[in-house]
Design a protein around this ligand. Structure first.
Ligand code: FAD
Ligand code: SF4
Ligand code: SF4
Length: 477
């Protein structure tokens, strides 16, 4: 790749990676965006104006050194770009694929503000690290020293894995306990392959295994082994268990067959992608093929469900959301992708009840937006008399997630939680109310983002290392 001058945003138009045509991409679960070619990655990186105060960096939860790795990419110095990128981000190729960049780094790029179209930071970040994998620059961790202390990590999502990586680099023994049969958390069983192909996640898990991280799979802490036993085995413990209690639907008929939880549905689909035997998919319980599907919710989980249903061959897919397009929590990019793929969004509508068992139809209640509530968001209000019946064979509930009641499940009442049930952990140090026990990711923040879980995991690892060196001092801070 040739060496380029920077500040090319006036001469070089913004280009995103090629996107497969909707018709072609809805027949498989492969990612929809192609990789940048070497030239295009360099050209796009060279659009950066190398800001002295880079807002992209300050709005990246990991404070990635974006202008520097863009410059190195533009100069064709990719191995250095990779080294710099992975110094602050444990999984740059994953963030490059699934961060909502429009709300984070790219949404705050000055070039975007000046009307030239943001530097495509996420796509370049993905390109750098995918290239590093291809070139063999990504290696298992080989710690300079080996330490005797061991850490138990409960949960193998991005929070747990980011901590495992950083602790292993420091030479500590690391064991990750995971209740599923594969590691990766929502990266593996939640997020569909068309956003994040599974071999991208599995090669990271393998890298950690090759680095000496021990994975104890099919191990549900609280059932297969007690939390107390884990504390007894390790010098410190990190809780990274995510949030998995689905919010439920109310209204008559809400318990009918054919009304399923989003995560059960997505997990089944991801398992099929791995080649597993999935009886609920084979029986049609968790399979949209040939069905009229209604997905309820307006977040990223709902977007993943509608697009999965299209790929499974649904007869029709509608998404009901009680607010409008401008006020939905899901990413606009994903709504656009879903619309291109044939999903119909029914804004300002909510389910009032369900008929049939198995479900045959949804009574849809039309809504309007009322005055803003205390958070400034307009509240949805019912329009009396404005409801209608929508036929449905499969209804998928994607209304969000809450934490499980860990103190009760684990018989550890001294583990303090907030009134929302999330674990109370100190900002920055991630210490919980129990000495030597730390917590990160969604189980602390509530349903959040992969990039925040990575940041938490990295910070908690540093805090755990400090605790190992001076346990009393960290506890007192
Ligand atoms: P998780 O990834 O949830 O991992 C927790 C792990 O702990 C799981 O493997 C679980 O099995 C395990 N576990 C739980 N309890 C126990 C126990 N008792 N014993 C042993 N193991 C246990 N974020 C983005 O940034 N971009 C996206 O595009 C995006 N899409 C999403 C799509 C869906 C469908 C969902 C549900 C979420 C999405 N998110 C997205 C959010 C993101 O996946 C989460 O914020 C992130 O995975 C949280 O990481 P975590 O490590 O805290 O928990
Ligand atoms: Fe942007 Fe996410 Fe990468 Fe940060 S980690 S630079 S927010 S894509
Ligand atoms: Fe480059 Fe945009 Fe970041 Fe400025 S804000 S350093 S132009 S990517």
């Amino acid at each position: 790749m040739s060496k380029r001058k920077m500040l090319q945003f006036v001469n070089v138009a913004q280009q995103t990676p090629d996107k497969r045509e909707a018709e072609a991409r809805t027949h498989d679960f492969n990612e929809i965006y192609a990789e940048f070619s070497d030239d295009r990655a360099g050209d796009q990186a060279a659009r950066c104006s190398q800001c002295g105060v880079p807002y992209c960096q300050s709005h990246c939860p990991l404070h990635n050194n974006i202008p520097d790795w863009l410059r190195l990419t533009a100069e064709g110095r990719l191995e250095e770009a990779y080294a710099m990128s992975q110094a602050t981000n444990t999984f740059p190729e994953i963030c490059g694929r699934i961060c909502p960049q429009d709300r984070l780094c790219e949404g705050n790029c000055v070039i975007e503000q000046s009307g030239h179209g943001t530097v495509t930071i996420g796509a370049v970040e993905k390109y750098i690290t995918d290239t590093a994998w291809e070139q063999g620059w990504v290696k298992p961790v080989t710690p300079e020293e080996t330490r005797a202390e061991s850490i138990g990590i409960i949960g193998s999502g991005p929070g747990g894995l980011a901590a495992a990586d950083r602790l292993r680099r420091a030479g500590v023994q690391v064991t990750v306990y995971e209740r599923h049969d594969r590691a990766g958390g929502l990266l593996t069983y939640g997020i569909p392959g068309f956003k994040l192909e599974k071999d991208v996640v599995m090669r990271r898990v393998k890298q950690l295994e090759d680095s000496g991280v021990e994975f104890v799979l099919n191990c549900n802490v609280g059932e297969d082994i007690s939390f107390d036993a884990i504390r007894g085995k390790h010098d410190a413990v990190l809780i990274a268990t995510g949030v998995y209690k689905s919010r439920d639907l109310k209204g008559p008929g809400a318990g009918a067959k054919g009304i399923v939880r989003a995560l059960d549905y997505l997990t089944a689909s991801n398992r099929v992608g791995f080649g597993d035997d999935v009886p609920e998919y084979e029986s049609g319980t968790l399979n949209a093929a040939g069905k009229r599907v209604i997905v309820i919710g307006g977040g990223d989980t709902a977007m993943d469900c509608v697009r999965t249903a299209i790929r499974q061959g649904a007869e029709s897919v509608k998404c009901l959301y009680r607010r409008d397009r401008a006020n939905m929590p899901g990413s606009q990019r994903e709504v656009q992708n879903a619309e291109e793929e044939g999903v119909e969004f029914v804004w300002l509508s909510a389910p009032k009840g369900f008929a049939g068992d198995p479900v045959e139809s949804v009574m849809v209640q039309k809504m309007r937006l009322g005055p803003p509530d205390a958070t400034g968001r307009q509240s949805p209000e019912v329009i009396e008399g404005a409801d209608y019946v929508e036929p449905a064979d499969l209804v998928i509930k994607a209304l969000g997630f809450e934490p499980e009641d860990l103190p009760t499940l684990w018989g550890e009442t001294a583990l303090e939680v907030t009134r929302w049930g999330t674990i109370k952990a100190e900002f920055g140090s991630h210490e919980t109310s129990l000495p030597g026990v730390f917590a990160v990711g969604d189980v602390v923040r509530g349903a959040s983002l992969v990039v925040w879980a990575i940041r938490d995991g990295r910070e908690a690892a540093d805090s755990i290392l400090k605790y190992l060196d001076q346990p009393a001092q960290v506890a007192a801070e």
